[in-house]
Design a protein around this ligand. Structure first.
Ligand code: C2E
Ligand code: MG
Ligand code: MG
Ligand code: MG
Length: 289
């Protein structure tokens, strides 16, 4: 994990380690203010239902609209906050924003389900369960409209505790999705142990699925396996029409990626979701974010 962090720091700040450390200290001390002032923004990346050809769900993706440093992507600050035990606050803020936006969409007649990324460390942090369930209950939307995306490569510090927590969320109606499926260490083990509703196949296997026979076999058999286990499948990283067509053909349930739509602000998402997408057609509205 520290090698990964080092790599991130390297990309983050090119000059010297000192500057990177200063940046980290700044960001840590600025989180509270950012949460208060609304500089933590949530974008929504659409998921296309491959049966109905409609956008019926979205993934909430956090951004930090930093007054001095510009728009910061999650890789700049999520690992930092996770390491310093501050990621639960940020996650709850994202969940709260997502529930507010979902509530607005629903009252406008758009029935869009929400997925939020939950790191394993947050899952078992103190009071997270109570506070997360309170925010979902407060929205008035059914918990079945909420998915927690848990990444397979995440370190389950205490696996038994994390699994117990996932089971409680599942019992409350929340859907559990295994994010970045295929890239982690013990995929089959997690399939057996976790109370999953969905597999989200990593874009590493998906992006070239229409041209690479090996990827095609892996994705097709993963979809079959998931369906036999009673799980839905989302493929991430669709950047081309041919890729979308392949996934439709093999019976994948949902598709997500730049071809379907970039992460969008809540208002732009509403316009996209109102349309139906015919096969092989790019979505009617794609704006970069
Ligand atoms: P992820 O959950 O696997 O999210 C998908 C990431 O892939 C997003 O990057 C998205 O913009 C990008 N992506 C989507 N479609 C395509 C595509 O077609 N091609 C390519 N090349 N990329 C695509 P983003 O927003 O930078 O998020 C990166 C990661 O940060 C996420 O990976 C997620 O693990 C984490 N993250 C984001 N928001 C949160 C959050 O609120 N809480 C936590 N714990 N993690 C978050
Ligand atoms: Mg995700
Ligand atoms: Mg993912
Ligand atoms: Mg991913």
């Amino acid at each position: 994990a520290s090698a990964k962090r080092a790599g991130k720091l390297w990309r983050l700040h090119t000059q010297e380690a000192g500057a990177a450390i200063n940046l980290e200290l700044d960001l840590l001390s600025e989180l509270d203010e950012a949460l208060r002032s609304g500089n933590i923004a949530v974008l929504y990346q659409p998921k296309l239902n491959l049966v109905t050809r409609r956008i019926d769900s979205v993934e909430a993706l956090v951004r930090w609209n930093h007054p001095k440093r510009g728009l910061l992507p999650p890789d700049c600050f999520i690992p930092l906050f996770e390491e310093r035990g501050r990621l639960d606050e940020l996650t709850l803020a994202v969940l709260e924003q997502a529930m507010d936006d979902a509530k607005r969409w629903h009252s406008d007649g758009l029935h869009i389900a929400i997925a939020v990324n939950i790191s394993a460390a947050v899952l078992t942090s103190e009071n997270f369960e109570t506070r997360a369930l309170a925010r979902i209950a407060h929205s008035g939307l059914p918990a079945e409209q909420v998915t927690f995306e848990v990444t397979e490569s995440a370190h389950f510090e205490d696996t038994a505790e994390a699994i117990a927590m996932l089971e409680r969320f599942r019992a409350a109606g929340i859907r559990i999705s295994m994010d970045d499926y295929g890239t982690g260490q013990s995929a089959l083990n997690y399939l057996k142990l976790l109370p999953l509703s969905e597999l989200k196949i990593d874009r590493m296997f998906v992006a070239q699925v229409h041209t690479d026979r090996g990827d095609a076999m892996l994705v097709r058999s993963t979809v079959q396996l998931a369906h036999e286990l009673g799980l839905k499948v989302v493929a991430e990283g669709i950047e081309e029409a041919a890729c979308l067509d392949f996934l439709t053909e093999i019976g994948c349930d949902h598709a997500q990626g730049y071809f379907v739509g970039r992460p969008l602000a809540a208002n732009d998402l509403a316009a996209l979701a109102a349309a139906t997408l015919p096969a092989s057609q790019p979505p009617p509205l794609v704006s970069a974010a």
